[in-house]
Design a protein around this ligand. Structure first.
Ligand code: NOJ
Ligand code: CA
Length: 685
């Protein structure tokens, strides 16, 4: 087994359980270091104990240091710090290799192949802790395991000492944490040495080209982790503060979320990694065939353009009549759902950051929910529910059960939730019965979002969270957590201030998208927001976004009249699926360009999306992912020769053409500045 130790008492056993290979070896020891290699020997992770008993770990990749010695430990609010005086008591190494199936996802089967090193440590005052590392060839995760405290006292964590020291000069793509817009800032690029407080996933590229994405997996009943740069390239975990005391309070034995590093030769390698999902618990819900990946349209863009309103009055969007128009449109064009916002009482007051008037248990008089859902049923179209809480968690939790019941009664199986408020201004009910403000990504926020998903599951309802806590792969455990926002969505292109930049999608794929699905609301073929504010995009790029930005539920966000104006490009939106058998990343550079190829789960067709930033690019797309010996029709939606996002007319220059191809062919894709390309590849019968 993997150990650098001599003089160890060794116990090894090996077995094969249902395709899962498990072998383990345990070392009883009193040592100052422990180490483990990934299954393919790509990574080596070691733990060291300094003479004063401080713990640190480091990571080598292919023999080169990528994470320099980085501290481990805690500052507690309920006890003396767990920062030094440690000895290693035991190291246990186990191997794991299994595959599992996603009910929906970017690919059907996922391989979970790692070597685990559990390091049990004891402090000189007798307190114990374990650090468990899972080391994959494409990265690692580690978490702490706390035993039950004496007399089952609560443990208060004031601060994590966990560090991540990037070993070589690096460039970072990151978003600030702890500020007003929560996860909705533009992604910025800077030397790692200039990062302040960052949210995760944060992606860095070291001088030698190696890419590392820092994030966390299985964030359950714990404060979300921000990364604070403490000096040089040293990042330290910073737990989201709590309004009521220490950021984390836990009783009984528990584990922290996994601190993760996906590590790859290039940006594409980061996106191909399933490490975050693998570090989550398997599906706890059993049969989830009621969770339906699908496309929908919505009474939505209108409100963002201010041609309609959420509030009642002459512009109210959520009327029975207007919704029926959308249901007809959805039925005609093969969309499963229609989202309707502003359907309930409570929108007439100042709801953002307040939400106190929201009533989720009945519909506004202008919206006959029974008539709408009956009409939809006849046409095979489902109403998608909406709960905008204004960040008022305390108020929402009181109504949640009745609210789910109402929707379930009308056959609504999917709800978009929302928490529009300033960072740190969500409202939670305290143990003292009084409401207090807090961050949505605090421990109590984390608990709330999970509670919504668990309660919704009891009604067989899927949840798409807007203004969410960041995704940490919990969709594996709760497959009804079908999507979320947690990024600057397309809505910013309606409002401006500013609109999303031309490199936004190429940034998102290699940062935010590493955490999971994004309800991005793509497909605005009209390419303009309020007051004719232009998008930084060509029309072809709008189509490519359906493949590039993954979500199992996707809203084609534009107005009916805009889709009717552009039937050619709209055909791709009608055709593109949202659930995939497989995913590949033929090209990618963070913030510059990305091409993603995905195979439909329900047919043998492949779909390709490619987007660029402001630069014109020519990318050779090898079709080697297609089945050998088959001929496919490639339906290509490409930027026209004159396309350019900076020009009001040329933005719309799109060419739609067809040709036969095989797996031996290469398509030369020319992407205009701010452009993209979408391709559908269907086998010839
Ligand atoms: C912000 C959400 O992201 C958006 O989709 C929604 O329309 C508004 N909040 C209102 O709930
Ligand atoms: Ca939002």
């Amino acid at each position: 087994m993997v150990s650098r130790f001599m003089n160890v008492s060794l116990a090894t056993h090996c077995c094969v359980v249902l395709g899962m290979v498990v072998s383990s070896s345990a070392f009883a020891l009193d040592a100052t270091s422990a180490s483990v290699e990934s299954p393919g020997k790509v990574l080596n992770v070691s733990v060291q104990v300094a003479p004063d008993g401080r713990l640190s770990y480091q990571v080598e990749r292919k023999g080169q240091q990528v994470i320099a010695p980085s501290r481990l430990g805690f500052v507690l609010g309920s006890d003396k710090p767990l920062d030094s005086g440690f000895k290693i008591e035991r190291q246990v190494v186990t191997d794991h290799d299994s595959t599992w199936e996603q009910p929906w996802g970017e690919r059907r089967t996922v391989r979970n192949h790692y070597r685990q090193m559990r390091v049990d440590v004891k402090k000189n005052d007798g307190r114990r802790l374990a650090i468990v590392f899972r080391v994959f060839d494409d990265g690692l995760g580690f978490r702490y395991e706390f035993p039950k405290q004496p007399n089952n006292r609560a443990l208060h964590i004031a601060d994590e000492l966990t560090e991540f020291v990037v070993a070589q000069p690096a460039t970072a793509w990151w978003q600030q944490a702890g500020e007003v817009w929560a996860l909705e800032y533009p992604i910025q690029k800077s030397p790692l040495r200039e990062v302040g407080m960052a949210n995760t996933p944060m992606t860095v590229r070291m001088e030698n080209g190696t890419h590392i994405a820092f994030h966390e997996a299985a964030l359950v009943d714990y404060a979300s982790m921000w990364l604070r740069r403490v000096e040089g390239q040293r990042l330290r975990a910073h737990l989201t503060p709590s309004a009521t005391g220490n950021p984390v309070v836990r009783t009984g034995a528990f584990t922290t979320p996994w601190r993760t590093m996906q590590i790859a030769d290039d940006a594409a390698g980061l996106y191909m990694s399933d490490l975050v999902l693998n570090l989550n618990e398997p599906n706890k819900l059993g049969d989830v065939s009621w969770v339906k990946p699908s496309k929908y349209v919505g009474v939505w863009w209108d409100m963002h353009l201010e041609t309609k309103s959420w509030a009642s009055g002459p512009k109210h969007g959520a009327t029975t009549e207007y919704t029926k128009r959308y249901i007809d449109f959805a039925a005609r064009n093969g969309f499963r759902g229609v989202l309707v916002e502003g359907w309930n009482p409570g929108w007439d007051s100042d709801w953002a950051g307040n939400g106190a008037d929201m009533d989720f248990t009945k519909a506004h008089p202008s919206f006959d929910i029974a008539a709408v859902t009956d009409y939809g049923r006849k046409k095979g179209v489902h109403l998608i529910g909406h709960h905008e809480t204004g960040g008022n968690v305390a108020h929402y939790e009181k109504q949640m059960d009745a609210a789910f019941k109402l929707y379930a009664k009308h056959g609504v199986d999917s709800i978009k939730t929302g928490y529009v408020t300033d960072g740190g201004a969500a409202q939670f009910m305290g143990k003292n019965g009084k409401v207090h403000f807090g961050y949505t990504d605090s421990q109590e926020g984390v608990r709330h979002y999970q509670k919504v998903v668990e309660e919704a599951a009891r009604y067989k309802i899927a949840i798409n969270t807007h203004e969410p806590v960041k995704d940490t792969g919990l969709r594996r455990t709760y497959p009804n957590w079908i999507s979320r926002e947690g990024a600057r969505g397309v809505e910013y292109n309606a409002w401006g201030n500013p609109v999303n930049s031309v490199d936004h999608e190429a940034n998102l794929v290699f940062t935010r998208m590493l955490s999971g699905p994004l309800d991005y609301t793509p497909g605005i073929l009209s390419l303009e927001g309020k007051d004719k504010k232009p998008f930084n995009s060509t029309q072809a790029k709008q189509l490519a976004n359906f493949v590039v930005i993954y979500s199992p539920v996707v809203m084609a966000a534009d107005l009916i009249e805009h889709y009717e104006r552009y039937p050619g490009p709209f055909q791709f939106i009608k055709d593109v699926p949202t659930d995939w058998e497989d995913t590949r990343v033929p090209h990618g550079a963070v913030g510059e360009y990305v091409t993603i190829a995905r195979k439909d789960r329900a047919s043998s067709a492949w779909y390709v999306g490619s987007v660029t930033d402001g630069a014109r690019r020519t990318l050779d797309l090898k079709l080697d992912f297609l089945d050998a010996g088959k001929t496919y029709v490639a339906e290509i939606y490409r930027d026209g020769d004159n396309a350019d996002y900076r020009d009001d007319k040329r933005r719309f220059d799109i060419v739609i053409e067809k040709r036969n191809v095989t797996s031996l062919d290469t398509i030369k894709m020319v992407l205009a500045p701010g452009g993209g390309q979408a391709i559908r590849l269907v086998p010839v019968k």
